[in-house]
Ligand binder design. Structure first.
Ligand code: BV8
Ligand code: ZN
Length: 249
């Protein structure tokens, strides 16, 4: 459980003022990736070897890809938006919503996922560093509007009247959202937990090293060792639906 990790020795295990460190004292950063939504039925990127309909994700999820073939890229996101509406959060998402009840502002939940399963499980504060499927962005004036259905063929932006709407997601080569808040949380935290991510995509893949450099204990919960496994103090491998509720309990 979080408490066990906290008192599992290392910097956090030593009682500071003579009293044992309890989970209530601990600032935690949790980073989630596609693996936390896998048991809900949302395919991960690496399941399809990073391919979608024969296209490398790095080619579809880029500004160049959108400029070259907006219909193809809209199709990529319209299909994912429709699919996510059909699935439910799993016990891993629910456990993190419970952890937020316990820790309040001492928990910073950062997700690389663009689905809304954390929110639907009850998490109130979710930092979507790669954007969100249920939001549209005007490529011209930067206006954001909530978006549910297909975006292909959408009318131009209602605000500037000229801009094309694009998925409000961070493509390869674009700057992730909320980086200042994320780095502040990594500096402050005593515990960094990575759940269901391959550690293949930066800057998210580098957060464990930053947290460790700032003195945090680090834990990886993933189906298999990730590309960044060696940077973690501790790792547990298995399905997030089993590991995360056990860790939060
Ligand atoms: C940036 C949004 C500058 C859209 C995404 C060369 C070397 C190093 C870096 C680079 C390089 N060339 C270019 C770069 C930078 C590049 C990058 O990292 N490229 C990679 C491919 C090398 N990064 C960028 O361009 C980023 N921007 O760098 O800007 C900057 C940097 C810092 C500060 C300011 C500016 C932008 C990256 C964002 C790209 N957009 N998504 C969309 O979703 O379509 S990334 C996309 O892929 C996803 O969002 C997700 O983040 C990522 C896939 O990662 P995962 O979530 O980990 O998913 P994956 O399938 O890979 O892994 C799933 C894991 O779960 C697996 O380990 C599996 O074992 C596990 N699992 C499966 N089932 C379960 C499970 N675990 C538990 N339980 C289960 N049941
Ligand atoms: Zn506009």
């Amino acid at each position: 459980s979080v408490g066990a990790i906290v008192s599992g020795g290392g910097r956090l295990g030593e009682p500071v003022s003579g009293r044992p460190v309890t989970v209530a004292d601990v600032k935690v950063v949790v980073l989630t990736g596609a693996g936390i939504s896998a048991e809900s039925g949302v395919p991960t990127f690496r399941d399809a070897d990073g391919l979608w309909e024969g296209h490398r994700v790095e080619d579809v999820a880029t500004p160049e890809g959108f400029h070259a073939d907006p219909e193809l890229v809209h199709q990529f996101y319209d299909e994912r938006r429709a699919a996510v509406a059909e699935v439910e959060p799993n016990p891993a998402h629910v456990a993190l919503a419970e952890l937020e009840q316990l820790l309040g502002d001492d928990l910073t939940l950062v997700t690389q996922n663009i689905d809304d399963l954390h929110e639907r499980a009850g998490s109130k504060r979710v930092v979507h560093m790669h954007g969100e499927l249920l939001s549209a962005l005007c490529a011209r004036c930067g206006r954001r509007i909530p978006w549910e259905g297909p975006m292909v063929g959408a009318p131009p932006c209602g605000s500037c009247g000229k801009g094309d709407l694009r998925p409000d997601v961070v493509w390869f080569g674009e700057i992730p959202y909320h980086m200042d808040a994320i780095i502040d949380a990594l500096v402050e935290c005593e515990l960094f937990v990575s759940i269901g991510t391959s550690g293949a995509v930066y800057p998210a893949a580098g957060f464990v090293q930053q947290a460790r450099a700032f003195g945090a204990r680090t834990l990886e919960l993933n189906l298999v060792p990730s590309e960044g496994s060696r940077f973690f103090h501790e790792a547990r491998h298995g399905r997030a639906g089993d590991l995360v509720p056990a860790w939060v309990a």
